[in-house]
Design a protein around this ligand. Structure first.
Ligand SMILES: [Zn+2]
Length: 845
């Protein structure tokens, strides 16, 4: 578990002369260094007087006897380091092949972890061509960003290792030497390798790019087929859409057993969690197929947006992620039109963005970055991905598809292999659209939050008003305004307005705005007549799906902020009783989930909420039943799982009996349950305290290689109502052989959200905080912990517990942002629950 290396860097020294050269490194030991200057007089060696490994500063300083003047230099350094299990830098992935414990060795260099692998200038603007050679044990697959140029075996006996400046660090006699083709000019965070016992499937794109999907030998080969098809078609889609060819000769996609994020777009060697790459014929849910396609399309779009053209510095991270977030839907919509993924985009990304963006103190999409640790906390999925993606979707609809696409093609051609800022993209899009894009987009990107837009119509007179929307309106900035695109249903109105208030003459027809939920704002119709009109359109389903779901979402958000009582939102749900759209049901289920928070304040509400939910889902339970129908839409398959899940929550006796029957057949006779409804069939017996079911699912979790099935087992086991069982599950989290570190947060947060196990899980989290910190402090999932914890808090008692745990941890750069947002989120939520409990009690009585 050690590695050693030798790096040669060629480049230019700029700036003032000095007596040292500084490079990034983290936890490496640089053991020797040579500096050579190249000029007209030929090559001259500079004497390195001291190598200073400054771990606290992430630097190695090479002090020289003479001055280092500006000019061309070559540096050669030898270094070594242990391989540690944190999932950054160079790290091991553990898996079991039958009874044999094996591991892959792989890299995760984004955002600032290349410096854990080798000394370098580890910043996105420092692009370079990388020539990589890996010396490994023989008989394994060795993958890099580019195709293999040469591969040969050497032995330690004949001095073969010294040619690579390496010492044998174990007793092996034979080594495999793999040299890769040079990479394109690129940033250090995109360099990658994976090595170990892997299987693969391969194909070629129309233009001849070799595309392969890879997994450990423990996985069945046919689990790679679905991803392979999507990966190939994604490249073909983006080549066509961007008008720029995929720049490498090959694209590998690797499923990795230990992985912190969802996936990573290393150029030509994309790495994934197993769950978002592998699909098991007959055992994978429709929602998982969709997720796999979206993630592959996301990472493939980065091969252009991010890899070919890269943000200059991390404050423009949104240029990478917001863009990929939108383009994943663009690609999947073309590959699988029958899925209608733009509706999923509105429901998933839209809601996530609006709800996070309503918390006072949230960051803007474009935020300053000073400390490297801040980079990780910037990857807030609701802001940098979801909100940013939503803003680009708004922009695309504002300028039109064709101008958008042509602008992108021009942008890629102009900036290929270079670095950019937002202004470069706006310049390209302004040219093709003829609109001033910078002045439209900058307010949205640099200001946090979004407007509540009120529309007041009296006959033909229209008044539009905007104000900042926050869960706590007292904290809104009265001066904050945005250029609001109207997307109005009636013709003759301007494209957008920027003032606090505008009065316009429209037609006598009712005016609806933000049609298709294309804009990042929520709408409030002012008069009773307007409100009645939109609800009539909901009942008759004449309003489009995105508008139906955003209307309910807006109403529920306005209730949290005190514009109306939550009892009214529940009353509004009744207009949705005939609803058949899955994305709309997503927000309906979310509103039901919000109503369940009130149970923490008043237990007597629980049976009433259950009766209400049972009635709400009745039509769809009858329509969809328990079996997949031939030719059924993917939305209906997902909706079935959603409404049956709610029906089981409501303890509908027929649904509960059916779930138990399916589980018994699965457990006793190995009869498959349709993957989409598998979780709910697992959950029911666990909730009822069925000991045999619990033990069966725990064993299933520990033995299956199918990570989707593993997650379903986790979701069911954490639904237990027995605190003793919860204690058993929590005790397993510290053993990586039982629960992979990448999955610890899932187990913990599910037990925290479960009101029967919350106290036990909270106490475990407090007692084991030091372990959580030691294990995850370098990991993206670490800063999610306060966020997840805050999401479970509904009472003053837990508000205090949250303070007790996190108040003292605000000095950790990585946690600070999510702790402060947690304080804010909890205060507004608890105030809202206390304020609206009476209206909810009245509604249910
Ligand atoms: Zn991404």
């Amino acid at each position: 578990m050690r590695f050693s290396g030798h790096v040669v860097l060629r480049g230019k020294k700029v700036g003032r002369p000095s007596q040292r050269i500084t490079l990034h490194q983290h936890e490496l030991k640089v053991t020797s260094a040579k500096i050579t200057k190249h000029d007209k007089k030929g090559d001259q060696a500079l004497t390195v007087s001291r190598i200073n490994n400054q771990n606290a500063l992430d630097e190695v300083r090479l002090h020289t006897e003479g001055m280092v003047y500006p000019g061309d230099y070559t540096l050669e350094l030898d270094f070594e380091a242990p391989i540690t299990t944190g999932m950054t830098g160079i790290y091991p992935c553990f898996f079991k092949d039958g009874e044999v414990e094996k591991q892959l060795i792989m890299t995760q260099f984004e955002s600032h972890h290349a410096r854990e692998g080798f000394p370098c200038v580890d910043e996105p603007e420092a692009k370079a061509v990388f020539n990589m050679t890996l010396v490994t044990r023989p008989g394994i697959a060795v993958l890099g960003n580019t195709p293999v140029k040469e591969q040969k075996e050497i032995t330690s006996k004949d001095g073969g290792l010294t040619a690579y400046n390496l010492k044998a660090n174990d007793t092996a006699e034979k080594y495999l030497v793999t040299t890769f083709e040079p990479t394109p000019r690129m940033s250090s965070y995109l360099l990658a390798f994976v090595m170990g016992d892997l299987i693969s499937r391969s194909t070629k794109t129309k233009r001849g790019t070799e595309v392969s999907t890879w997994a450990t030998v423990a996985q069945p080969a046919d689990s790679l087929d679905y991803a392979l098809d999507v990966a190939k078609r994604s490249i073909e889609f983006f080549e066509d859409y961007f008008g720029v060819d995929y720049p490498l000769a090959k694209a590998d996609h690797v499923a990795c057993p230990d992985f912190s994020a969802g996936a990573m777009e290393n150029w030509g060697l994309i790495t994934y969690r197993e769950r978002v790459l592998l699909a098991y014929p007959g055992e994978t849910a429709q929602s998982t197929f969709e997720q796999i396609a979206l993630v592959i399309a996301h990472e493939t779009s980065h091969q252009w947006f991010g890899n070919l053209v890269t943000m200059r510095w991390w404050d423009d991270l949104w240029l990478n992620e917001s863009f990929a977030n939108m383009m994943e839907y663009q690609a999947v919509d073309v590959m699988f039109p029958e899925w209608h993924v733009w509706n999923t985009f509105i429901a998933a990304e839209g809601l996530s963005a609006l709800r996070r963006d309503a918390v006072a103190g949230v960051q803007a999409v474009k935020s300053e970055v000073h400390h490297p640790d801040e980079i990780s906390s910037l990857f807030d999925p609701s802001i940098v991905y979801a909100k940013g993606g939503r803003l680009l979707y708004m922009l695309k609809n504002y300028v039109g598809e064709e101008a958008f696409r042509q602008g992108l093609a021009a942008y890629f051609k102009k900036h290929a292999y270079g670095n950019t800022e937002g202004a470069d993209l706006w310049a390209a899009l302004s040219e093709t659209s003829g609109k001033d894009i910078a002045s439209f987009m900058n307010p949205w990107l640099t200001r946090s939050g979004f407007p509540l837009v009120t529309v007041e119509q009296e006959g033909t007179e229209l008044t539009f008003r905007q104000e900042q929307f926050l869960d706590d309106p007292k904290k809104a900035d009265p001066e904050r305004k945005w250029p609001v695109p109207l997307f109005a249903t009636t013709p003759g109105l301007p494209d957008s307005f920027e003032a606090a208030e505008v009065k316009l003459q429209g037609s006598a027809d009712p005016t609806l705005i933000n049609s298709g939920a294309k804009g990042h704002y929520i709408v409030r119709y002012a008069t009773d007549e307007q409100k009645k009109h939109v609800l009539d359109l909901v009942r008759s389903r004449e309003l489009a799906e995105p508008d139906r779901l955003m209307l309910l979402n807006g109403s529920s958000m306005m209730s949290r902020a005190g514009y109306e009582a939550f009892g009214n939102v529940l009353a509004m749900l009744e207009a949705y009783e005939q609803e058949t759209s899955e994305p709309v049901w997503d927000i309906m289920a979310l509103v039901v989930g919000e109503s369940r928070r009130f149970i923490d304040l008043d237990d007597a509400l629980e049976p009433k909420i259950k009766a209400f939910v049972d009635k709400l889902v009745a039509n769809q339970v009858t329509r969809l039943g328990w079996s997949t129908q031939d030719g059924e839409s993917s939305a209906d398959q997902k909706l079935r799982a959603l409404v049956l899940g709610l029906s089981c929550y409501a303890e509908n006796s027929a649904s509960v009996a059916k779930a138990k029957e399916l589980f018994a057949a699965y457990k006793d006779r190995n009869e498959q349950i349709p993957a989409e409804i598998r979780t709910l069939a697992f959950v029911v017996p666990v909730k009822e305290g069925d000991k045999a079911a619990f033990d069966f699912l725990l064993k299933l979790h520990d033995t299956t290689q199918n990570s989707d099935l593993k997650n379903d087992a986790c979701d069911a086991l954490t639904a237990t109502r027995d605190p003793k069982r919860a204690t058993e599950l929590l005790a397993r989290l510290k053993d990586p052989k039982l629960v992979k570190p990448q999955d610890v947060d899932r187990w913990l947060v599910y037990l925290l959200r479960n009101r029967y196990t919350r106290a036990t899980a909270w106490e475990w989290m407090v007692t084991n905080w030091q372990w959580l910190e030691d294990t995850f402090k370098n990991d993206k999932s670490y800063d999610y912990l306060p966020r997840y914890a805050a999401s479970c808090v509904n009472t003053r008692e837990y508000q205090q517990k949250f303070r007790d745990l996190f108040e003292s941890k605000q000095d950790q750069v990585l946690l600070k942002r999510n702790i402060q947002l947690g304080f804010e989120e909890i205060e507004t939520r608890v105030s809202w629950l206390e304020r609206d409990i009476a209206s909810v009690q009245t509604f249910f009585s």
